[in-house]
Design a binder for this molecule. Structure first.
Ligand SMILES: C[S@@+](CC[C@H](N)C(=O)[O-])C[C@H]1O[C@@H](n2cnc3c(N)ncnc32)[C@H](O)[C@@H]1O
Length: 322
């Protein structure tokens, strides 16, 4: 997975104006803050350097996660046209960039963000990249909670944002977001125990509101994941040389771990079962951990299983089974 070339170029131009040493320090602070938030909630006040460091090191990762989730949504509801998008806690507009790559038909975009600096960064990236739909999007400078109700949009997304809020606030926002969603709502959080906790209870809220879980779950029942474990997936994305420098990394790629939920307004056909861990491949058999309508199961497919063996050899974490 790669960022759209125009966005990657815009990020390069924006960051080139900033001193590399202060960007590196800001990237280190961002990642420390991200790690500490795994156990404790806290509000992180971003400076201009933090925002630029975010677009260089985190935006490619959150873009990769959003792109993977939207791709799965499109695969599972290929006939639904998504012409409008509402993004809550938009930051630099990451989810909008990913949505435009998957749902080419999007015309109307509304991005709600509490921090004016983020809005300026997002608008500047969109202009530099000549992304007209994002540059001309409706960027709303507001606390999501302060907006009592949102205008109806086909798709409502909140990506890496609800977990930063107090649970009661996140709950209120999800209720308002659900009311505004014509087709579906997507929530994405870091693929950590804490990120998944947010997904787990918001999933239950949305089911109680009458939603149909489209992905990743194959069922509407209580989540069977043990309380000390978390359902998450990973998306690999290419690192730029700036990304490697800011993160002191040598690999040409990184794997972004994320937890997510797509909840539909309509009764769509969910998957039969989903692979929730890396499959273990051996010479004559593959072992898979699955979430199914009957809870979590581990199955083994052997070479002698003609019907399933070819598929089992290629199956990946996050795929549907069979
Ligand atoms: C980690 S960033 C994620 C940005 C973007 N959605 C992404 O996926 O890259 C979280 C964003 O949510 C915004 N945010 C947090 N609480 C908010 C609130 N109550 N109202 C509006 N924006 C909020 C923050 O200012 C920040 O820009």
């Amino acid at each position: 997975m790669q960022l759209p070339a125009q966005l990657a170029h815009a990020i390069e131009l924006e960051t080139a104006q900033h001193n590399l040493r202060s960007l590196t320090q800001a990237a280190t602070e961002l990642s420390k803050n991200y790690r500490s938030q795994r156990s404790a909630r806290g509000v992180f006040r971003a400076t201009a350097a933090h925002r630029l460091a975010y677009v260089a090191v985190r935006m490619p990762a959150t873009f990769a996660a959003a792109h993977a989730v939207f791709t799965e949504m499109r695969r599972l509801m290929p006939d639904k046209r998504i012409t409008s998008l509402l993004d809550l806690g938009a930051g630099p507009g990451t989810a909008g960039w990913a949505a435009l790559e998957v749902f080419d038909e999007v015309q109307e975009i509304t991005l709600v963000e509490q921090d004016e600096g983020w809005i300026q960064t997002g608008q500047s990236l969109a202009r530099t990249a000549e992304n007209v739909r994002l540059a001309q999007a409706d960027w709303v400078h507001a606390q999501v909670r302060a907006v009592a109700s949102f205008q109806a949009h086909d798709l409502v997304v909140s990506s890496y944002a609800l977990g930063e809020m107090a649970p009661q606030v996140a709950r209120e926002i999800v209720h308002a977001a659900w009311a505004a969603a014509r087709t579906a709502i997507v929530i994405i959080e870091p693929g950590t125990l804490r990120g998944f906790e947010v997904i787990r209870w918001l999933r239950a809220e949305l089911i109680a509101l009458g939603g149909y879980v489209l992905a990743p779950c194959p069922h509407q029942d209580d989540c069977p994941m043990p309380i000390d474990d978390w359902c998450h997936f990973a998306q690999r994305f290419a690192r730029t040389s700036l990304h490697r420098r800011l993160k002191f990394g040598t690999l040409g790629y990184e794997d972004e771990k994320f937890s997510y939920i797509v909840v539909s307004k309509h009764l769509d056909k969910p998957v039969n079962a989903r692979v929730v861990r890396h499959p273990l491949r051996h010479a004559g058999h593959t072992r898979m951990r699955l979430c199914t309508g009957d809870g979590l199961q581990t199955i083994t497919v052997t070479r002698s299983d003609n019907e399933h063996w070819q598929r089992a050899r290629k199956i990946a974490w996050g795929d549907q089974w069979p």
